[in-house]
Ligand binder design. Structure first.
Ligand SMILES: [Zn+2]
Length: 134
């Protein structure tokens, strides 16, 4: 399970909509299974079908999170027109077994946010609990 404050979920959705038609991406920092902070990153691919973090931005987030005593616990990206399921490429490029992979789909009117562990090509659904009032 991962717990994400509503404000962070809203921030992901706003970023995803702002970056249409391309995929948006970023990182969540937190403690254990609770997200505390969202970092929107640049999609270096500027593509509607895939994303790549800019390494310099990614390292800056790692430093900033550590400085605040937080860990990077998840990465996220948007699927502008497809469901919130990891694509073949998402699975292939999921190198970190310790973090969660969050996908927000804008394919329907109501955004859908799902989280996954992806380990050695095996995808496991993870429950997302949205913390209201945060
Ligand atoms: Zn994807």
């Amino acid at each position: 399970m991962i717990q994400i404050p509503r404000s962070i979920v809203n921030g992901i959705v706003l970023q995803a909509r702002a970056e249409l038609p391309n995929e948006a991406c970023g990182l969540l920092a937190g403690k254990d299974a609770v997200a505390h902070k969202r970092y929107g990153l640049t999609n270096a691919d500027a593509s509607p079908e895939h994303f790549t973090f800019l390494p310099a931005e990614q390292f800056a987030v790692l430093r900033s999170a550590r400085a605040e005593g937080l860990d990077v616990i998840a990465n996220y990206h948007s699927h502008p027109a497809t469901p919130a399921r990891p694509s073949e490429e998402d699975i292939k490029l999921a190198f970190d077994p310790n973090i969660l992979y969050i996908i927000v789909s804008l394919a329907s009117v109501e955004p859908v946010v799902k989280a996954f562990h992806i380990r050695q090509g095996v995808v496991e659904n993870v429950v997302v609990e949205i913390l209201e009032g945060n």
